[in-house]
Each structure stands twice: as structure tokens, then as C-alpha cells.
Design a protein around this ligand. Structure first.
Ligand code: SF4
Length: 587
């Protein structure tokens, strides 16, 4: 009988050892966005969403093992229950995947090993890892074909939260979010983009309509108790019709869910800020990439104005910039960094040009002999040194420039979470004012024009009232940490900014309640302890708990309607294992 284990790579993460790198920590923000912000850096580990989606959508009984230790993994293999084991890994985790495959071969030679994830783009993988199959492209379709299952069955969206072990200043982040996986890939096909190339430079939707996304949100709300969602889609705004439908469904059902999303500048511009606010987008990741007008997606767009407009309306922006592009030299790289900082986005990701196997750029650099072919794969993560011959930078220099860019952003604009708190309160003020002004002028939302237009008969905007309340709640998430943000600010400018933001909160929402003051004191206390740990260890790297999720035989599961969701819930057993023992501090 077939039985599948789907596993991520083993812990510890973010630790330099025989198998991994300290600068590849399985944390998105702390690893490459708030990297030099010390105690002000929010921490969390995101789940391996794709594995849950696959397990939910194949008939073969499966188990998902997320964040296993070596012992968790070997114990699972030693049970001897599996006919197939899928290992998902990114390029820098190749040595972990290799060790796992070797263990399976030695101890369970009858098991078929399937490799998946971005790591499978590594050329000549066969000479590095002993495996049976490679899962290319979109995993659900590939595995359905591989196991001879019906490939046309509708996709059932899994209820998966975004992260585990989330905290800031040593205090657990109480507000949780669900993950929505609308689709994979991106048709923009930027030459460096591994996600676009992995999925054949086109977009594949799992959720085709706004209603399907809305239903997935309802399922998460019911099963996980969340109303805030991360839209894990490379370019959510690019599918504009589906986004419009989603807003329309929320309006119809009077549900003001909130979202964070990734979107390219041209797609964001096309949708417009009024639409995005109404839809509940409160965080956008935009690839600004370079000051030079060399990418189609940013051509002709005033990025400074776009980002300011989004922030003024309550949408936090993470702008990502690529360092060590072909044209960079020791003068203009500073201009690039200053340009990115001058956008005043809440957060900036500085990433070295990472030549990822499978991309057009990787092929070009390889053909031109610029690629360092012998450079260790485990060090190719974009947060240490480049791995190609740049005419103007050495490898150690590339590391130094990167660190200094992060430091400069932090010193210029203070902690990222402080900027996000500012954006959230500004957005609430603007939305309230805008709503009152529109009601006075008889303007109503026009879904065709994606703007507010005049209507003969003025109507109260009931949905916007709900939206306003969701924006208030989003802003209030920051309040308990505001005083601590000031205390650990890097300089007097950030302290002044923090004080101004606290005043703005008080003016807008009234003085803090007793409960908020108690929470604020609790964050201050955990921050003192966290700061002591920082001083002692230099780096704090807590390891996430292993999550073991069992998906039983679902061959009779057919339609993703409400009844099936209940069935799916019954069939899914989530076992957090050994949580306490797996939390450890390390350098
Ligand atoms: S727009 Fe973003 S996701 Fe799309 S191809 Fe370009 S970098 Fe990749």
C-alpha cells in the first residue's frame, strides 16, 4: 500500500554547522529584511505551505513533517510506514536534503525518494543526492500524475496558519494569520526570478475566482479562528478580475478580512489605492529592484509617490532592492541604496543578485563564464556573498556592502515595526476622514471604475464601516509594543518618531486602557530579558517546534464544499510534538 511522507529539511536552522548556514535561518523578516535591527526584529518561522496543499489534494495517505529535528525525521522513517518520502528543500539546504536521502537509502532501501522545492533546479543533482524522482513545477499536479490519480479533481485549500513561534521583544505575537495560496508562478518572467522560472514563467491558479478565495478565508476563520491572511501568491494584483471578485464577495457577505500580499508595481498601480484599502490590504511587498529603469514592471512608475500614497492610506510597504547588478560600481551602489532608503518604505529587503539555477540570468552568466561553479551551494542564499565574478566587487566586499545597507536603513528610519505602526494609524485616520467626506459629497464605491463616484442618492457605506474597524484592530496590534520600540530605538530621531506615533495613537484612539497598559508592561518585561539574552549570546535563534500532520486516505473526497471541509477536518490530525524540548537558544 502506498503511503507518503512529505518533509521539510531538519533543524537546527540559522546555525552554521556541517549542513547549514547561520545566514539562512528559515525566517523571512529577520533573515533578510529586519536583519540588522537587533531586538526590534520580529521573529517567526513560516510553515511549508506547499506540503500541506499537496497532502490535502492527493489520495495517497500522507503525513507532513514540518520543522523536524534529525531525530524526529529518523524516527518517522524508522517506523517503516512509508512507500514514498518527499523531501522539499531550497538550494542552500542541499546538504540537509542529501543527508536525509542517504539515511532513507541506508535504512529503508525499498522507499522511493522524491525531491521537490527550488533545490531541484540545481544542475547535476543526481551526482549529489541519491533519489528516485524529481517533482518539477506544480507539486499537486505532478504527484497526482505520478500516483495515477485524477488530475482534474478540484483543489481543496488547506487551513494552514502562516507561522509558528512568532514573537517580538521576546513576547509572543498574539494575533495570528492564516495562509491563502491563490496560485503559483508569475507571467512577468523577470530574468532573475526563480519562482517565475520554476513554474514555466506562467501563472497557475489554485483558486480561480474571488469566491474560491473567500471560501478559503472562511475555512481558515472556522478552523483556525483567523481573520487576517497572508496571500502567498507571487503577484496577487496581477489577477485583477479575481481580486475584484474577492472584494465583491466580502461586500456581499459583509466580511472585512485583511490581507498581506506580494505584488509588482505596475499591477498595484493598475488596481489603485482606493481599491486596495477597501479590499483590506494592509501590507504589500513590492520589488522595486533598481533605481535604473531596467525592469518592465517598474517602467515609468513614480515609485516614491506610489509607496507614499500606499502608506498614507494604511498599507505598509516592504520594498525589495537587488544589489550587485551588472551595472553597479562602487559609486552608484551607494546611490542605489540611498534611493531605496529615500522611498521611506516601512521595510526594505536588500538582497544580493542571487543567480538561481533554472533562471534565464543563471544560464546567461554561466554561458559567459561569470559564474563561480565551485562555489558551495549551501552558501548561495543572497545574504552573505555573491557567487559570481562581478567586475567591481570582491566577494568579501559584497558581504560588507549588504550589512551596511541594512544598518543605514535602520539608522535612517528606525525599527521597521515602528514604521508599520505609523502607517497603520495614519491609514485609519485617512480612511475615517475619507469615508466622512464621501458620505457628505454623495460619493459611492464604483466597482467597475475602481473608484468612488457621484451617485444621485447618497447611501451610508456599511462595508467601509467594517473596514474601518478592521483597520483600527490592525493598528491596535502595535500599541502594546510602542513604548518598548522607543526604549530600544537606535537613535534620538527614532525616539522622537516613536513619541510622535504614541501621541498620534492617543489622539486617534484615546488613552491606552488598563488592559493595554498591562500588556505594554508585559512587553517591556520580556524585552528586558530578551535584551540580556542578546547581550549574552549576540544572536538569538530559537528553533520552531516540529509539526506532524496526518492526512488519511481521502480517495472518496470529491467536492470542496462545506460538508467536505468538515470531513477534511475530521480526517486531519495535527500533532505538535515535543514543543518545549525543541525551543533552544543557540549562537
Ligand atoms: S514580477 Fe516578481 S514574481 Fe513576477 S517574475 Fe518579476 S520578480 Fe518574479
Amino acid at each position: 500500500m502506498k503511503k507518503l511522507l512529505l518533509t521539510g529539511v531538519f533543524k537546527p536552522y540559522g546555525v552554521s554547522d556541517e549542513y547549514g548556514e547561520a545566514l539562512c535561518s528559515m525566517e523571512l523578516l529577520h533573515n533578510q529584511v529586519t536583519r540588522e535591527q537587533g531586538i526590534n526584529s520580529p521573529r517567526s518561522n513560516n510553515l511549508s505551505f506547499g506540503l500541506y496543499l499537496i497532502a490535502e489534494n492527493i489520495e495517497v495517505p500522507s503525513t507532513v513533517l514540518d520543522f523536524p529535528s534529525w531525530k524526529d525525521f529518523t524516527n518517522e522513517v524508522d517506523k517503516g510506514q512509508y512507500s514514498h518520502i518527499g523531501i522539499s528543500f531550497i538550494v542552500p539546504n542541499i546538504l540537509k536534503a542529501k543527508r536525509m536521502a542517504r539515511y532513507i537509502r541506508q535504512h529503508r532501501p525499498e522507499v522511493k525518494i522524491i525531491l521537490g522545492g527550488h533545490g531541484v533546479a540545481i544542475p547535476d543533482l543526481k551526482n549529489m543526492i541519491d533519489y528516485d524522482e524529481i517533482c518539477y513545477g506544480e507539486g499537486v499536479l505532478w504527484l497526482r500524475k505520478y500516483f495515477g490519480e485524477n488530475t482534474d479533481k478540484p483543489i481543496i485549500h488547506p487551513a494552514v496558519r502562516t507561522s509558528v513561534r512568532s514573537f517580538v521583544y521576546g513576547a509572543p505575537i498574539m494575533v495570528k494569520a492564516g495562509t491563502i495560496l491563490p496560485g503559483v508562478g508569475c507571467q512577468n518572467s523577470c530574468s532573475f526570478c526563480s519562482t517565475s522560472h520554476k513554474f514555466d514563467r506562467k501563472y497557475t491558479a489554485f483558486l480561480n475566482t474571488g469566491r474560491e478565495i473567500f471560501d478559503a478565508c472562511c475555512k481558515d476563520e472556522e478552523e483556525l479562528g483567523v481573520e487576517d491572511f497572508a496571500l502567498m501568491d507571487e503577484n496577487f494584483c496581477k489577477s485583477d478580475m479575481r481580486a475584484r471578485q474577492l472584494l465583491s464577495e466580502m461586500e456581499k457577505e459583509q466580511k472585512a478580512y485583511t490581507f498581506s500580499a506580494f505584488s509588482s508595481a505596475e499591477a498595484v498601480t493598475q488596481m489603485g489605492v482606493d481599491f486596495l484599502v477597501r479590499m483590506g490590504i494592509n501590507f504589500l511587498w513590492i520589488g522595486v529592484e533598481s533605481k535604473e529603469d531596467i525592469f518592465e514592471k517598474t517602467k515609468g512608475i513614480d515609485l516614491h509617490a506610489l509607496i507614499a500614497d500606499l502608506q498614507d492610506h494604511g498599507i505598509s510597504v516592504l520594498a525589495s532592492l537587488i544589489l550587485f547588478l551588472e551595472h553597479h560600481d562602487k559609486k552608484n551602489i551607494h546611490e542605489e541604496i540611498d534611493w531605496a532608503i529615500s522611498m521611506k518604505s516601512d521595510l526594505v529587503q536588500f538582497m544580493q543578485l542571487g543567480l538561481s539555477p533554472g533562471t534565464r540570468l543563471y544560464k546567461e552568466y554561466d554561458e559567459q563564464g561569470k559564474l563561480m561553479r565551485d562555489f558551495p551551494w549551501q552558501r548561495r542564499h543572497g545574504q552573505d556573498t555573491i557567487w559570481f565574478n562581478h567586475p567591481n566587487f570582491t566577494l568579501p566586499e559584497s558581504s560588507e556592502y549588504l550589512i551596511n545597507a541594512f544598518k543605514k536603513k535602520y539608522e535612517t528610519h528606525g525599527p521597521g515595526i515602528l514604521n508599520m505602526a505609523h502607517t497603520a494609524v495614519k491609514g485609519y485616520i485617512a480612511a475615517k476622514k475619507g469615508m466622512e467626506m464621501r458620505e457628505a459629497q454623495g460619493l459611492v464605491w464604483n466597482p467597475q471604475a475602481l473608484k468612488y463616484t457621484k451617485k444621485s442618492k447618497a447611501e451610508p457605506d456599511q462595508f467601509m464601516k467594517l473596514r474601518l474597524e478592521s483597520m483600527r484592530k490592525s493598528a491596535m496590534k502595535f500599541r502594546p509594543a510602542l513604548k518598548t520600540m522607543i526604549k530600544y530605538s537606535p537613535n534620538k530621531e527614532a525616539v522622537q518618531k516613536g513619541r510622535m506615533i504614541i501621541e498620534l495613537f492617543n489622539k486617534t484612539f484615546g488613552s491606552a486602557t488598563i488592559k493595554e497598559r498591562v500588556m505594554s508592561l508585559a512587553v517591556s518585561a520580556t524585552a528586558i530579558l530578551e535584551n540580556l539574552r542578546f547581550k549574552k549570546y549576540g544572536v538569538i535563534m530559537r528553533q520552531p517546534p516540529v509539526l506532524r500532520t496526518i492526512y488519511k486516505d481521502r480517495s472518496r473526497q470529491t467536492v470542496p464544499d462545506h460538508a467536505d471541509r468538515k470531513l477534511s477536518k475530521l480526517k486531519t490530525i495535527i500533532e505538535p510534538v515535543n514543543v518545549a524540548a525543541s525551543v533552544s537558544l543557540t549562537d
